[in-house]
Each structure stands twice: as C-alpha cells, then as structure tokens.
Design a protein around this ligand. Structure first.
Ligand SMILES: C[S@@+](CC[C@H](N)C(=O)[O-])C[C@H]1O[C@@H](n2cnc3c(N)ncnc32)[C@H](O)[C@@H]1O
Length: 373
C-alpha cells in the first residue's frame, strides 16, 4: 500500500527519518511530505507514532483532470461502496495548484457530489457531510490538471495531540515543535531547556520524545477506526505495544521557563493533561536571570518576533540581550533560536554555526544554532 505523510515545509527530512525508524518501505521525500509504502498496520502505526506528520494519506486513485467534468467522472468511477455506507459521514479537503479548476471549495464540492451520487445510485440513500468530525475524510490534490484522491487515515490533523488546554497567544504547532526538537539533535540524556516556553510546546514535545511516548496515545481517536476495513485487533496490538514502550522521563532532564506566570501555569496544565506534568521542571523567570541547570545541554527558544506579538524596537534590544545572556550564563551549551524575523536574529550578535529554513504557517523562519564554547 502507498502512503503520503504531509508535514511542514522544511521538516521533510525529519519526517523521513521518523518513517525509516518505524520500519516502513520506500521512504522518499517530496515537497511538503514523504511518500512511503507498507501495510495497513504501518499506516496505523504512522498515525500513532509520527511526531512531525500533519496527516497520513492513502492515495487510492490518480487521473488526468483538465475540467470539472473529468473530476466528477474520475471520482464517480471509484469504488466508494467499499469505503462508505450511507450511514457514514464524509468530508472532502482539496488543495489545488496550476490547474484549470482554480477554486478549492468548488473542487471539494464536486468531489463530494460525485461520491454521494455514487453511493445513492448504488444504495438508494446518500451519506451525510460532516466537515468537523467525518467518518471518512477524503483528500483531493490537484496539480497541473492531474488529480490524486486519497483517504486521510487520521481524519484530523495529527498536530492536535489533545494536551493543549488553553493555548497562549502564539503557540507553535505541536508537529513543528516536535520537528524543532528533532533538528536540535538533542541526545535525550543531557538537560533540555526552553527559557521562553509560552504554552510549553517545545519542552512537552521533548518530554514525549525522551519518554518514548507515542503522541497518538494522547487522543487515540482516528478516522480509520470508523472505516469499513478497520482491523481492531491489529490496532489494539499497536496500542499495547506503544503503552509498554513508554519509559519514565528522568527528573531534571526537561525544563520550561517563561517570564509570564500565566504562560507557565498554562504549560504546567498542558503537561498535566499530557500525563507528564510531574517530570517536566517548570519555572517562572526572566531569561536573563535563569540559571543553567548543568555545565552543558541543549537550549532552544522561540522568542517573540514581531509578526504577531511584540514591538520591533523593543525586540531589537531583547535579541541583543539574548546573545549577551547566552555568552554569560550558558557557556558550554548548544543554543538554538527559532525566529521568523531575520533582521532581529542578527541582533543576537553571535555567529550561527547552522541556519535551517522552516515555515511556521506562511512565515519563513530560521532555526539558528549557536555553539557557546
Ligand atoms: C512566541 S512565544 C513562545 C511560544 C511557545 N514556543 C509556545 O509554543 O507556546 C514567546 C514567549 O517568550 C516569552 N518571553 C518574552 N520575553 C521573555 C523574557 N525576557 N524571559 C522569559 N520569557 C520571555 C513570552 O512570555 C512568550 O511566552
């Protein structure tokens, strides 16, 4: 079976590494995702374990699609009766690029019409649409008049881990946070610190990684569990395997701090709802005053960068202060700054030994590495 896991632009290699470690076959990176092949069990496993995938798609058909008629006919021709019954609900997501059909909403509607017409023609009744929580989410990808129809295994974005109780103003998407943690190459045995943790996404993803906690265990309610071909015993086997694979997070390994007490309280609540609250060390402090918990370790921060919160002039001074604090208080550490403002990043005043381009939604960002020897 072929699959395509989608991810944030810039994280394709990280996701490919994750997939390779899961033991799936034919892992090939593409723009915005990774192709792989494997069994249905591998597809379930991908939803349960992948930390950086947004969706896991199973392509079921691909055909030329130069017009709306071709779209309708191509979709209608597929064997939807194997996948849907009239009592199931359905939703269609569409993404278009460089094609005759230019409106994704229209393309989604046409696809939906073809599917429900097919079921009605065969069964006399049609399935209903539920855009929020459908039993089957169908994904349409139309590029240069060529269409790929896929089933969305999870049916919901995998970044919705379910631990986020009250998001702060600018939380990182969980899958992006997990990707940043992976890119730091943190060894999981020396301390990991986020001194501007906001709602705690980075420490939480680090904690989940170090405790070998399958992120899908946090809210194991996936679309494929409602499909006609759902293999419950395989799924239960995978859940059991994931439960036993967990290990306790060592104390004094993962730290999150922020100067905003509200944010720290939120991060703590998020950690509690993820079931790892007691082991992450949360504190409430200004970064300049925070003491390094060891001689060396990994520090990562996602300071405000003016796009959504904060003010440019004040931020320039703040980024200078970040550089000074690195030099004074964090000697021996590897520090990483994730920011969407390159001009501000220069104010850190230290030479970055690595610069990784990533996207936070539409914002082009950099993850910058500073070796503080
Ligand atoms: C962009 S947000 C971080 C979001 C976080 N990564 C998340 O996913 O929720 C920036 C954070 O830096 C914090 N911050 C700003 N100045 C700070 C300082 N001097 N010391 C510590 N934290 C600071 C803010 O309170 C805010 O929570």
């Amino acid at each position: 079976m072929k699959f395509f896991a989608t991810t944030t632009k810039g994280l394709e290699e990280v996701l490919a590494d994750e997939l390779t470690r899961l033991g799936v076959r034919e892992v090939v990176t593409a723009n915005g995702g990774v192709n792989f092949s494997g069994s249905l069990k591998d597809g379930y496993r991908a939803c349960l374990w992948l930390r950086t995938a947004n969706r896991v798609l199973r392509p079921i058909a691909s055909f030329p699609c130069p017009s709306q008629e071709a779209l309708y006919e191509g979709v209608y021709a597929l064997n939807w009766n194997e996948l849907l019954t009239p009592s199931m609900t359905l939703a269609v997501n569409a993404k278009l690029r460089d094609s005759e059909i230019t409106h994704s909403h229209f393309a989604a509607l046409k696809t939906k019409d073809a599917i429900v017409d097919k079921i009605r023609d065969n069964c006399g009744e049609r399935p209903n649409v539920d855009p929020k929580d459908p039993d089957l989410r169908v994904n349409l990808h139309l590029a240069r008049n060529h269409c790929t129809i896929s089933l969305d295994l999870a049916g919901t974005g995998l970044h919705r881990r379910g631990y986020r109780r009250d998001p702060t103003i600018a939380p990182l998407k969980e899958t992006l946070a997990a990707g940043l943690v992976a890119l730091t190459g943190w060894d999981q045995s020396t301390p990991f610190v986020d001194p501007m943790c906001g709602s705690g996404s980075l420490p939480l993803e680090a904690a989940l990684l170090a405790s070998n906690y399958a992120p899908g265990l946090l809210s194991p309610n996936f679309g494929f569990q409602r499909w006609t071909d759902f293999d419950v015993s395989t799924w239960n086997e995978l859940l059991e395997e994931a439960e036993t694979a967990q290990r306790e997070l060592p104390a004094n390994l993962v730290f999150g701090s922020d100067r905003d007490k509200r944010a720290v309280d939120m991060a703590r609540r998020n950690a509690e709802s993820a079931g790892i609250g007691a082991r992450v060390r949360w504190s409430y402090n200004d970064f300049a005053k925070l003491e390094a918990p060891a001689d060396h370790g990994t520090l990562i921060c996602n300071p405000p960068y003016g796009e959504r919160i904060g003010d440019e002039v004040e931020l320039e001074a703040f980024y200078r202060k970040i550089g000074d604090t690195f030099k004074q208080n964090w000697k021996g550490w590897t520090a990483w700054v994730f920011t969407g403002n390159l001009a501000l990043a220069k104010r850190v005043g230290l030479k970055a030994s690595r610069r990784i381009v990533l996207f936070n939604g539409p914002i082009e960002c950099r993850l910058l590495k500073y070796d503080l020897y």
